[in-house]
Write a protein that binds this ligand. Sequence first.
Ligand code: NAD
Ligand code: LMR
Length: 326
Amino acid sequence: MPQSTQIAITGAAGQIGYQLAFRIASGQLLGYGQPLTLRLIEIAPAMKALEGVAMELADCAFESLHEVIISDRLEEGFRGAEYVFLVGAKPRGPGMERSDLLAENARIFSRQGAVLNEQADERAKVLVVGNPANTNALIAASNAPDMDPRNFSAMTRLDHNRACAQLAARTGHHVSSVERMIIWGNHSATQYPDLSQALVDGEPAMALVDAGWARGEFIATVQQRGASVIEARGTSSAASAASAAIDHMRDWAHGTRDGDWVSMAVPSDGSYGAPDGVYFSYPVRCADGAWEIVQGLDPDEFSRDRIRMTGEELLEERNAANELAL
Ligand code: NAD
Ligand code: LMR
């Protein structure tokens, strides 16, 4: 019997956590039947709700699920964790930008980085979902000096999936036929969804859609999709966010499809003119548990301009985080 893989989720009784825990327990991250332990973390006032989540997990009688540990102590929750989903944070409401959450959420991620450094498996893969995700990833990684910053990433996979879905709908193809989508930069309204490299059923997307749509409505729809969901549901995306979190971690751990890539916010190395020292969403290929930024693309002036704008916003967020002295 292989050892049980240790998977930690913060905010596990929240909207996203409630989806994520069950999908992982059913085998959708590691593969059906692969033994796993869920280490579910909440703040003290939400522990009763988390007890309910644990009851329901038991009642599912999942074959993969070997143990559920619930805790409001990060030290216990992160102990030996190999995959870490940092979800627990305040979500934005109508009329807010994600960066409005920085002051409240940054403190959470600095402490979590420090405890991960002490308690998690040193090669743990850490995915930051809580907003503002890119800057929270930077804060967490900066507080975990013994961990490789490359083992932290922030989630732009939901934006990537949204962009693929929009392109599929526009061209009348199934979403599975879309490849090589890119989300550049910040998980915010400045992100740059770029379909200039995308293929639909192997054909260049730009040959199938008009340039006005590709540079106008398509970009705006993806940038504003989170706000549109909030307006429609009265609360932020949850099932789609949990689904994207599993896609992100699964591809990181098990590899991207041959010939394709995905979008992940990772430590910038300055590629494509992005600023250094921020977590920037790039097209990445994953193999053997590691990611590499796709090189050799040649973004045009329109794209470079948008890459610069979203990079500037990340620098502003980094400065704001520095002022909080975390
Ligand atoms: P939610 O309010 O439903 O749940 C958050 C949970 O986190 C709550 O149960 C809360 O008790 C818990 N929590 C708060 N502080 C915590 C801490 N310090 N430690 C552990 N748990 C803590 O919110 P949600 O809808 O699940 O969203 C969670 C976060 O994910 C928000 O910041 C939201 O904006 C973000 N989000 C990001 C993306 C993305 O694409 N990156 C997508 C959707 C939502
Ligand atoms: C999303 O993109 O749906 C999330 O980041 C939630 C939000 O605040 O928009």
